[in-house]
Ligand binder design. Structure first.
Ligand SMILES: [Zn+2]
Length: 438
């Protein structure tokens, strides 16, 4: 990896200082494949400054420019598929980051060495890939992490070639484990883009998802699996399409004492940093007032703090009350109160009402008096006559209602068009009969 860094460093100089065309630089590093995608630049990162990256889980991601992609491969190495992936990357002259499982490294140490010799970055992915990191005890998590690092280092000729990069299996993170990794200066890599290549999907689907999701995000870390045959099959087309669409591959390596981190601004570590070309709501700042004539402001007089009784702030009584009783002395509100009004002189002041104010016309209460005998008899006769009519109605009321309902059922229109007065009359009669019954 170290030897390859010098090549990458020259390339950074070429692109940053000399403005060399990308295709020429890629061709220069990839003489056998002049049409290769190539590695556009190398990004050197300091894990201690940015301990968690990948917008799927963290606020920060790698400081990539638009249309820059970082390729990552998990779970290897597995000889057949990993070798095919390695071959495709070599043909396109692109550098990636591999997250190795410790047990895979023990089973296939030669595969790990091949990755390192090809100049790829090597991180770790636990010892046995348990999908329980989110609920695992710290001691277990530490052992998984440490054993994974030890197994991968053992496979390398130069253990220093192992980058302090870690990815949780299944991205199943936990705070305590992240804290442990940060304490060791190990950077946690989540991702920005998935291609779902661990599912049982076709290589065409892996390709579709990778390109579609990269187009949506415009840049980012792409997570793939070199142990998957579908990924190995899809990778040539993915890389070809990335070049056709103007994407650039960025190779990421950790900072060392010899190779400092690439200078960046904090906003570069955001997926979409604020830009001058993007409208952003900016609230007006609070103006800075300049007090040019401060000498004109007089110190407040003690009387300015007086209440209406002049005692509130000048007396320690209330503070003493709080000290003794633990509650403040209820204070009187300083605003106006209801004034007490004396009623002693009211009788003298109010005039006596005139007598005629209480007089009423002679027949004003006639309606409340009992009727004369003749009139009472007439009322009784009328009541009896109504009663007889009502009982007749009562005898036929059921039939009448039944008939009405039958008629309404048989000819609803006819019932509807029955004269209103007639229907109202029947109802009144029934009501009278009902009252009489009671
Ligand atoms: Zn994995």
């Amino acid at each position: 990896m170290i030897g390859n860094r010098s090549v990458a460093f020259r390339f950074v100089l070429c692109t940053a200082l000399l403005g060399c065309p990308v295709a020429r630089a890629a061709g220069a590093d990839c003489p056998d494949h002049p049409d290769a995608l190539g590695t556009f630049r190398t990004l050197v990162v300091d894990p201690r400054q940015h301990p968690h990256i990948g917008t799927m889980q963290y606020p920060e991601t790698l400081p990539l420019r638009d249309h820059e992609v970082v390729l990552t491969f998990d779970d290897g190495p597995l000889p057949r598929n990993s070798n095919q992936v390695l071959q495709t990357l070599a043909e396109q002259c692109v550098k990636a980051t591999f997250f190795i499982i410790g047990e895979q490294a023990r089973a296939n140490p030669e595969g790990v060495r091949k990755l390192a010799e090809a100049g790829h970055t090597i991180g770790t992915h636990s010892q046995s890939h348990p999908l329980t990191f989110a609920k695992m005890k710290l001691e277990q998590a530490q052992k998984q992490i440490d054993d994974g690092i030890a197994s991968t280092s053992a496979a390398l000729n130069d253990p220093a070639a192992l980058a302090p990069f870690f990815r949780f299996p299944g991205l199943l993170r936990s705070d305590v484990t992240e804290n442990y990794l940060a304490s060791r200066g190990i950077q946690v890599w989540s991702t920005d883009v998935l291609a779902d290549d661990w599912h049982r999907v076709s290589p065409a689907k892996v390709y579709d998802l990778a390109i579609k999701r990269l187009e949506e995000s415009g840049k980012g870390i792409l997570l793939l699996h070199d142990i998957q045959a579908r990924t190995a099959a899809a990778l040539p087309k993915i890389l070809h399409e990335l070049k056709a669409r103007g994407y650039h591959i960025v190779h990421v390596i950790p900072a060392t004492s010899q190779e400092p981190a690439t200078p960046t601004d904090p906003q570069d570590w955001k997926m979409h940093p604020p830009s001058e070309s993007v409208p952003v709501a900016r609230w007006p700042k609070i103006p800075n007032f300049v007090y040019a004539e401060t000498d004109m402001l007089a110190a407040p007089a003690l009387a300015d703090f007086d209440t209406s009784d002049g005692k509130l702030l000048l007396s320690s009584e209330r503070f003493e009350h709080v000290k003794r009783h633990g509650v403040p002395l209820p204070s009187e509100a300083p605003w106006p109160r209801l004034a007490a009004v004396s009623t002693e002189d009211m009788g003298v002041m109010l005039p006596v009402p005139a007598q005629d104010l209480f007089e009423m016309p002679e027949d004003a209460n006639a309606a409340f008096r009992s009727p004369p005998p003749r009139l009472a008899h007439a009322v009784e006769s009328e009541t009896n006559a109504r009663s007889k009519r009502a009982s007749g109605v009562r005898r036929h009321a059921g039939h009448g209602i039944a008939r009405t309902r039958q008629a309404a059922h048989a000819a609803p229109d006819a019932a509807k068009h029955q004269p209103r007065a007639s229907r109202g009359g029947a109802r009144r009669q029934v009501r009278v009969a009902s009252l009489k019954k009671r």
